[in-house]
Design a binder for this molecule. Structure first.
Ligand SMILES: [Zn+2]
Length: 377
């Protein structure tokens, strides 16, 4: 019997893939008012049976790094080496991508607040519904790549969301495990908002989706994109879709908030530090000059920590964020002290939490979660 024989085709829209194939197609979506869009879809079907994973980018049309990350996934992972299926949608908002616009141009709405969507709704609701109806029921988990938009850059990190806690108590641990597998030093955990893909899919469909943020400012940051690919590859290894052992740092930080620093005057911004750099409390990170009034503002770190995001555009308006910190009050070499910081946790590989996700456990937990009775809405 040949490898892959007996496996059914996988189909999304016009894309139909047989075992061992990479196939491109599209989802045709009527947006209302005579407008329509072809949403690009690429299926990579492996040569043996396994889970299906969604990989997406371009939810926000002004975020190039997510688009590039999803595009690299479909070229760098080979179906012949894969168990299971990858469904890759590199540009979820093609109209926004064409105009370098965060929003869906036909209705000006944020696609990542439009889930679960509606087949006869607004343009963004129809886009969301196509994903909801035709892709999400086919997948076990999803990774949705983003970046910080046109102004800021972000250190690569996954975001996991706790809003609308599913009735299954294991759900948060599953998304946290997925976040850990992304292999970055920092994991951001926050509440999320209604209408987001990640919160709605997890609650209503039992499909955990995490966001992975990569750089920004309209610039492709190749080494950051590579971090995104390493993270996705780690997840696929853990799900035994690829050969190999995930590479995860010995210590990872789970943040529940970041320390955002804003400027009070507008003008021209100069950054004095680099993304990822350690700064001490009181150090000047950003300087803003207003040449019209001779105004000068020096924005200092209110606490010590690592620069997690930075404004990259030099023209800046009053009240905008200029940088954010992953803040520590203690000595960064003192792990025990870090564990007691408000709003953040440290996972080290000595922790039981780290030890409870050996090979197969994540896949098993997901299976049990998916086969649990649906939550009462
Ligand atoms: Zn985004």
């Amino acid at each position: 019997m040949t490898e892959g024989a007996g496996l059914p085709e996988v189909q999304v829209g016009s894309a139909r893939a047989s075992p061992g194939e990479r196939v491109r197609g599209s989802l045709s979506i009527e947006l209302g008012g005579g407008a329509a869009v072809e949403l690009p879809v690429v299926i990579l079907q492996g040569t043996s049976e396994g889970p299906s994973v969604l990989v997406s980018g371009g939810m926000h049309g002004n975020e190039v790094n997510g688009v590039v990350a999803a595009n690299r996934v479909l070229h760098e992972i080979h179906p012949q080496q894969l168990r299971g299926t990858l469904i890759v949608l590199p540009v979820l908002n093609p109209g926004g991508f064409a105009k370098e616009d965060r929003y869906v141009p036909q209705d000006g709405a944020d696609l990542n607040r439009a889930f679960p969507g509606a087949h006869d709704g607004t343009a963004s609701q129809r886009l969301a519904f196509a994903l909801w109806d035709q892709v999400l029921p086919q997948v076990l988990v999803g990774v949705d790549f983003h970046d910080a938009g046109l102004r800021n850059v972000l250190l690569p990190h996954p975001r996991i969301h706790t809003l609308i806690e599913p009735l299954n108590p294991g759900a948060t641990d599953i998304t946290l495990a997925m976040g850990q597998l992304m292999g970055t030093d920092v994991i951001l955990q926050r509440e999320g908002k209604a209408g987001m893909l990640a919160t709605e899919a997890r609650h209503h469909l039992g499909v955990p989706v995490i966001n992975f943020e990569i750089g920004g400012a309209g610039i492709v940051m190749d080494d950051f994109v590579t971090r995104g690919l390493v993270g996705l590859t780690n997840l696929l290894k853990r799900l035994e879709m690829l050969e190999g052992v995930p590479q995860v740092p010995h210590v990872q930080f789970v943040l529940e908030e970041r320390d955002i620093h804003k400027c009070s005057i507008g003008g021209v911004l100069t950054q004095r530090k680099e993304l990822g750099e350690w700064v001490s409390a009181g150090e000047v990170v950003s300087t803003i000059v207003d040449p019209l009034t001779d105004g000068l503002e020096q924005v200092r770190a209110t606490r010590s920590g690592v620069l997690l995001s930075m404004q990259r555009r030099s023209r800046i308006e009053a009240g905008r964020s200029v940088f954010s910190l992953l803040a520590f009050d203690g000595d960064p070499s003192d792990l025990e002290a870090l564990k007691n910081q408000p709003g953040q946790r440290v996972i080290s590989c000595d922790d039981t939490r780290c030890a409870i996700i050996p090979n197969k456990v994540l896949a098993l937990a997901l299976q049990q979660w998916r086969s649990a009775p649906p939550p009462v809405l």
